[in-house]
Design a protein around this ligand. Structure first.
Ligand code: ATP
Length: 233
């Protein structure tokens, strides 16, 4: 589904991704792990087009999308749930969700909303509430729901467990597995590397802008070097 080949990205003159290559096959959960500042968020932002690439190629379903603006990538089937949730605080839960379907003019918005509410019933209960008054876990569900309103084929999911209590982390990661069952492919960035690799088909370890390990999630979890460097074992 996605081939990233030699991708570079920079903030001003400082390059933070140095020729990253990876693949994501349709139907997979692929985890991207690594220490703070490794470039995980920059990679997701470069894939969604929020951050420009300075070199390399991004091929999605056979099409080179690197020069396409973000909104065109959304139409192709890529949506991002950003780090820190970035919900629109003063807007209601439902209006936040509707914004996720801003490209949709075909009368399917109601059906899309119903599907999100079926997945996260608490969002239905709180649909008229300002997003800012939701708990962290609920805001995370909202950020995922907003991305899903675009009916993506590939969900770029950045740090969904950040700042959540363990029980909620389990709930959010179970929702990610459920997305896979529904046929959505997920590229998942997580600080919580053990939990992410445990649900991932495959994983990549990023270190200062380079891919330094890759393999099946279960194999990376067992790899002594990965365990020592990233899993605190
Ligand atoms: P974290 O888990 O802390 O979010 P990360 O692996 O997602 O880390 P990035 O946020 O992509 O890493 O950051 C990669 C590098 O780019 C870091 O050195 C960071 O300081 C730098 N960086 C990130 N955002 C910006 C920005 N807007 N301007 C300048 N430098 C940035």
């Amino acid at each position: 589904m996605l081939t990233v080949d030699g991708l570079s990205s920079a903030y001003g003159r400082i390059e933070v991704l140095h020729g990253v290559s990876l693949d994501v096959a349709a139907g997979e959960i692929v985890a991207l792990v690594g220490s703070n500042g490794a470039g995980k968020t920059t990679l997701l932002r470069t894939l969604s087009g929020v951050q420009p690439a300075t070199g390399g190629r991004i091929v999605f379903e056979g099409e080179d999308i690197q020069r396409l603006p973000s909104h065109a990538r959304v139409v192709r089937g890529i949506a991002q749930s950003p780090e820190g949730r970035q919900v629109f605080g003063p807007l209601s839960v439902e209006d936040n969700l509707r914004l996720g379907a801003f490209r949709c003019h075909d009368g399917t918005v109601k059906g899309r909303l119903d599907a999100i509410y079926a997945m996260f019933p608490v969002l239905h209960e709180r649909r008229r509430t300002a997003a800012s008054s939701l708990s962290g876990g609920q805001q995370q569900m909202l950020a995922i729901g907003r991305a899903l309103m675009a009916q993506p084929k590939l969900l770029l999911l950045d740090e969904p467990s950040l700042g959540l209590a363990p029980l909620l982390v389990d709930q959010i990661l179970a929702a990610v597995v459920d997305l896979k069952r529904r046929g959505i492919t997920v590229l998942l960035v997580e600080q919580n590397a053990s939990a992410a690799l445990a649900i991932a088909d495959r994983g990549y370890v990023l270190e200062v802008g380079h891919v330094v390990h890759e393999g099946p999630g279960a194999a990376l979890l067992q790899d002594p070097k990965v365990r020592a460097a990233y899993l605190g074992v």
